[in-house]
Design a protein around this ligand. Structure first.
Ligand SMILES: [Mn+2]
Length: 519
């Protein structure tokens, strides 16, 4: 009798989602005390020792970043850490991908020569800079590589030290850190040794770079972001202080998560020449200069969002009625700007869940950004076709390459053959599984706030998806703002709808299945 009663007790929306996903309340509340010991990251001790030597000997060093928000936040937290420790002999160099290829190029080698630097610390890049590291060695400059990109064909650059969770002998149990996550672990390790307290602002900026790089929001990455949420009020950082008057409230975790997503967009637009980057300068500079750079980045962000909307529109027309096991497009009409190739590929791969290659002729080479969903590995695919490529690299689900135009046809042939042999069947029409069947009444304030425990969303922890049975558009619209999301939902139809709950008053349609029409 008692058992029956407890079975019938209605469970909260949050409890149903947690159960459906096989999670537990405890696992969602894990704090930083549960982080693995960063000493398990291979070579971290050697790297830390090299950095401490530079600090004690006051050796001039350069942090060599990458021009995306992961690279910018990586550079920023390491730069700030040196500042905080009272070290003053560090500079940074951020290459511009629109001007030069990925990784260590001659521009950095020249910068190092001129400044007589003895040490380069790469962040969020370097693992594929075989020639670049050799060139630095030749001029007597050591390289410490910190990176999270995949290691190519067991070949490693000839660097002083390499810290990368993908090193086969690394014992650190979590591989999916962002570049900035690797840097945070190095700073935590150094902080321990130098007895310097790693404050919540380091975690906050790591959260920004990690969410920007779309690493899975599970385990270590999730703990880092949650720590930034939980300690938000203690964050003492002049960039955040500067932003608050411009930005809306930051009372709830939803607000802070939205601020992080805003910063991801803001920091994507700082590319400059000669190793400089406006986004990094915005983070580092103070007062008047910060304000000027903020307005500059804001206006660049608005420009690029307008540009992006145009590209998405174009892709929508290009993919009307699309079916197939891959989407491959060479932009020979010049509609997709070079710097939006990755965004374009992400858009298509997200919409159709197929491997997507978007290519463009750039400086007499064909450059490609590839994206794909679960179940396919772009780096493996490119490796299988590497004889046709000039350079390639990246992650399983986000990778790129360059090739000479003469090799284009032979590459395509090779890639199609690889697809035929390696495509899972589920590429066509991935089915969305609801986390819970809900009534409209359940989309209330109490439930909204209870779901904040699931934040941050990302790969491995998707935004919940709800099934509302037998409803009409009128029912939904009587209580909510409904984002139809391009679906056909006739006024006179009843149906089962899948929605995501994007803000307390907004439901976004993910699918609609008609059950009956209203007589
Ligand atoms: Mn990265």
């Amino acid at each position: 009798m008692i058992e029956n009663l407890s079975e019938e007790k209605p469970r909260s929306l949050l409890e149903r989602i947690i159960q459906k996903r096989g999670l537990s309340l405890e696992s969602l509340e894990t704090g930083i005390e549960a982080l693995p010991d960063e000493a398990l990251l291979a070579n971290i001790e050697k790297g830390a020792t090299r950095i401490k030597k530079a600090m004690y000997d006051n050796e001039p060093l350069v942090i060599f970043g990458h021009d995306d928000p992961d690279g910018i936040t990586s550079t920023y937290i390491l730069y700030q850490f040196f500042n905080a420790c009272g070290f003053q002999n560090h500079k940074y160099f951020i290459p511009n991908r629109n001007v030069e290829p990925y990784g260590i190029q001659d521009s950095l080698v020249d910068f190092v020569k001129k400044g007589n630097y003895h040490l380069v610390i790469t962040v969020d890049n370097g693992i594929a800079s075989f020639e670049g590291v050799e060139k630095l060695n030749e001029i007597g400059c050591e390289t410490l590589i910190t990176d999270h990109h995949l290691i190519q064909s067991d070949k490693l650059p000839n660097a002083n030290t390499i810290i990368n969770p993908h090193l086969p002998y690394s014992k650190y149990p979590y591989k999916m850190l962002a570049g900035v996550g690797v840097v945070l672990m190095l700073i935590r390790f150094l902080g321990r040794e130098l007895e310097y307290d790693i404050t919540p602002d380091y975690y906050f900026w790591t959260a920004v770079g990690s969410i920007a790089d779309r690493v899975p929001m599970t385990e270590v990455n999730r703990i880092i972001v949650r720590y930034a949420f939980q300690h938000w009020k203690e964050i003492n950082n002049d960039t955040i202080e500067f932003l608050l008057p411009y930005y809306g409230p930051t009372e709830t975790y939803t607000d802070i998560y939205a601020l992080i997503q805003y910063l991801v967009r803001l920091l994507s637009n700082g590319r400059e020449e000669n190793g400089e980057n406006a986004a990094l300068r915005f983070l580092i500079k103070t007062n008047g200069e910060k304000e000027e750079l903020f307005y500059q980045l804001e206006s660049l962000k608005n420009q690029s969002e307008t540009e992006l909307a145009k590209v998405y529109n174009f892709l929508d027309t290009l993919t009307t009625g699309f079916e197939g096991n891959a989407f491959i497009y060479l932009d020979d009409e010049g509609i997709i700007p070079y710097h939006l190739l990755g965004a374009a590929a992400s858009y298509i791969a997200g919409k159709f869940a197929v491997p997507t290659l978007i290519m463009k002729l750039h400086k007499s080479e064909i450059v490609c950004e590839g994206r794909c969903a679960e179940g396919f590995n772009l780096v493996e695919a490119f490796t299988a076709c590497k004889e046709h490529l000039k350079q390639y690299g990246g992650h399983a689900k986000a990778a790129g390459f360059s090739l000479t135009p003469e090799k284009y046809d032979s590459f395509l042939e090779c890639f199609h053959q690889y697809l035929d042999e390696n495509s899972p069947e589920s590429f066509t029409n991935p089915k969305i599984e609801p986390d819970a069947v809900v009534s409209l009444e359940e989309f209330n304030e109490e439930n909204w706030f209870s779901l904040e425990l699931l934040l941050p969303y990302g790969e491995g922890n998707p935004e919940p998806c709800f099934l509302i049975k037998d409803t009409t558009l009128m029912d939904l619209q009587s209580k909510f703002q409904v984002d139809i999301n391009g679906f056909n939902f006739p006024e006179d139809a009843k149906g089962d709808v899948l929605v995501s709950w994007t803000s307390p008053q907004v439901l976004k349609l993910l699918s609609f299945t008609e059950t009956s029409s209203i007589a």
